[in-house]
Design a binder for this molecule. Structure first.
Ligand SMILES: *Cc1c(COP(=O)(O)O)cnc(C)c1O
Length: 399
């Protein structure tokens, strides 16, 4: 393994079943055994290279998992049908009734809703804290705490979690640091900063074509084995399994991720700088005005830049909606949730992806309803895009 995410993916060598340069897609739900004994060994998790049933693992899913583990510098990984499938499996694997979680308060809306509304039904309770305050994180730990959960770059406020410092706290109390790295694949390597488990929604940058949902858990062999255990593994028993066809298509897209991330970052930095110069309220980790700019620079893999997500606060929801509709009419992108597409996507998080968060709490965390989240696309001529976006902003009166 090298020290660089993209090199690790490049260095994987695949020989398909018939010598194909892409591995064959495993189109089977169940697998035969030549010897009955091997079936038992496989059940017990001791038969390397043998497949049992595709809810457990399949060759296509293992190829993709292996590539993602290489990218994240973990021993292994397990892909899931969606990011939420990955996140909920990890939480339910680690926590049981009576356990406690410390979570960043600004996280993906679905994760927030799961921790806030669903997990308590199982008597798993969560303290939502400002993850940028290490004192608050440590103060929230109690003897039942099992994990610190955060996003490397938070959604949608783009706060940066100090992963090295959080991992020190986690180690001190012998709890896990679980990081959702969906916004920053290749840019941030949580494992190198001390995280125990790294999760992605593959739906976003990693797949990059918005044609499927998918997720992955990257971690130690021991943890991934426990997730897949036939007797008590959350991934095995809850069954959020990815289909082999999707695993094969995501693997093909993963190979261009490094090129795409660089372009997303280059374009986002260009727009962030220009719109900030124009006097707009822009939040982007690549701007010196970002409160965690220095921290981000101490953590990132510099060649991939500061990521493709930025936000602009245009004051109120009416203006945000007007601007987004106009930008879509002008073909500058789509008014849609999600991120990591070749075209720019924009949405108002307060009324979409973070709408699970009650309005009062949104206000408390600084989530104004005039915020537009942009996932900047792969536009070849970003200057042209900037000019057209600026025209739209002038037309609706935010510039
Ligand atoms: C989209 C997203 C998820 C959920 O992933 P799905 O693939 O939609 O289930 C989790 N975390 C973050 C940061 C996301 O952006």
């Amino acid at each position: 393994m090298t020290n660089k995410p993209a090199n690790n993916i490049q260095d994987l060598q695949y020989f398909g079943e018939f010598g194909g340069v892409n591995p064959s897609i495993s189109d089977s739900a169940t697998y035969t055994f030549l010897h009955a004994k091997t079936m038992l060994d496989t059940f017990e998790g001791h038969a390397e290279g043998c497949y049992l049933y595709s809810r457990h693992t399949s060759p296509s899913n293992l190829y993709l998992s292996k590539a993602l583990a290489a990218m994240e510098f973990t021993e292994t990984a397990n892909v899931a049908a969606s990011g939420m499938g990955a996140i909920t499996s990890v939480i339910l694997q680690v926590c049981g009734a009576g356990d406690h979680i410390i979570s960043a308060r600004t996280i993906y809306g679905g994760t927030y809703a799961f921790l806030k509304n669903f997990a308590p039904k199982l008597n798993i309770n969560t303290s939502f804290v400002d993850i940028t305050s290490l004192e608050k994180v440590e103060a929230a730990i109690n003897p039942s705490t099992k994990m610190i959960y955060c996003e490397a770059i938070s959604n949608p406020l783009l706060e940066i979690a100090n992963l090295s410092a959080l991992s020190k706290i986690a180690k001190k109390y012998d709890i896990l640091l679980v990081v959702d790295n969906t916004f920053s694949p290749m840019i941030i390597s949580p494992q190198k900063l001390g995280a125990n488990i790294t999760i992605h929604s593959l739906t976003k940058f990693i797949n990059g074509t918005n044609d499927t949902v998918g997720g992955v858990v990257c971690g130690s062999q021991k943890f991934i084995d426990s997730l897949r255990n036939v007797n008590d593994g959350a991934a095995m028993l809850l069954g959020p399994v990815m289909d082999s066809f999707r695993a094969a298509s995501i693997l093909k897209n993963l190979r261009t991720l490094h090129i795409r991330m660089k372009k997303h970052s280059e374009n986002a930095l260009y727009l962030a700088r220009h719109f900030e110069n124009d006097g707009l309220k822009v939040v982007y980790p690549g701007l010196e005005s970002h409160k965690d700019h220095k921290l981000f620079k101490s953590m990132f893999n510099v060649e991939y830049g500061f990521g493709g997500i930025l936000t602009i606060d245009v004051g109120n929801l009416e203006k945000a909606n007007e601007l987004m509709e106009l930008m879509q009419n002008e073909n500058l992108g789509y008014l849609a949730v999600s991120l990591g597409f070749y075209k720019t996507l924009f949405s108002a998080p307060g009324t979409s992806t973070s709408s699970e968060i009650p309005v009062e709490e949104q206000a408390a965390m600084g989530l104004s309803n005039g915020i537009i989240r942009f996932s900047i696309g792969l536009d070849n001529d970003i200057e042209r895009t900037y000019k057209s976006m600026k025209d739209c902003m002038k037309q609706v009166g935010v510039l």
